[in-house]
Design a protein around this ligand. Structure first.
Ligand SMILES: [Mn+2]
Length: 229
């Protein structure tokens, strides 16, 4: 955020669980599909106006944050707002998608590596430890696995999945966790992590912690399967 001092007030708009106080005015709605959805609502209900570029970016924000309208909290309101956004701004939305989805071939190949090497336990946990060597070999960066984690939703028999990367420079392990079954932020919290019920993360400088985390997630999957038989 540049030149933040030249603004009189800070307004925080967010759909993530409340963590720190940040703005003078805060609007946090965890039942919204995305922060962009909140901004669209805000513009429609005030004297603010969209420019075509703003409308396009907000459209892409909702599409990416809801993972193409398939994550929870995507509601009929989401679709109503998007319809109005498209109609009133005459959005050529099909041609906006390359901006969001075009990717370098290195990332596609790396995606193949992740699919090929994900381990799956009998309790339905998918996990993968990604070494710095692999990151280098595929010419991607440390953030790439976490950016791809939602692509591993809907694998039959996988109800939670975790990617672990190691940041050599800062000597830190990062675990990115997703679930469509067990609540995982409680598991993450045991390792000083946090996040949403079904999308959480853990950071630690201990390799052992990561093995324990995988074990704890597997236990959570097992319990979930037993409870939902
Ligand atoms: Mn979000």
């Amino acid at each position: 955020m540049e030149n933040i001092d030249c603004f009189k007030e800070i307004i925080k708009i967010d759909h993530h669980p409340y963590e720190d106080k940040m703005g003078d005015v805060e609007w946090v709605d965890t039942t919204s599909s995305s922060t962009c959805q909140l901004i669209i609502e805000l513009i429609f209900s005030t004297k603010l106006k969209f420019t075509k570029q703003v409308a396009g970016n907000l459209f892409l924000g909702v599409v990416s944050d809801s993972d193409r309208f398939l994550l929870s909290y995507t509601t009929s309101t989401t679709f109503e707002l998007i319809t109005r956004l498209i109609e009133e701004n005459d959005l050529d939305f099909i041609n906006l998608y390359p901006k969001l989805y075009e990717r370098p071939i290195e990332e596609i190949r790396f995606h193949g590596y992740l699919s090929e090497n994900m381990q799956i336990t009998e309790n339905g946990l998918g996990y993968l430890k990604i070494t710095p060597e692999i990151i280098k070999e595929y010419k991607v960066d440390l953030a790439t696995p976490s950016n791809m984690i939602n692509d591993f939703n809907f694998i039959k028999g996988v109800i939670a999945w975790v990617f672990i990367t190691y940041d050599e420079k800062n000597n830190i392990y990062k675990a990115n966790i997703r679930s469509r079954g067990p609540v995982i932020n409680e598991v993450a919290a045991c390792f000083n992590g946090g996040g949403h019920k079904f999308a959480s993360g853990v950071r630690s400088d201990s390799k052992e912690d990561m093995d324990k985390l995988i074990q704890a997630l597997d236990d959570a999957c097992k319990k979930y399967q037993l409870d939902n038989q």
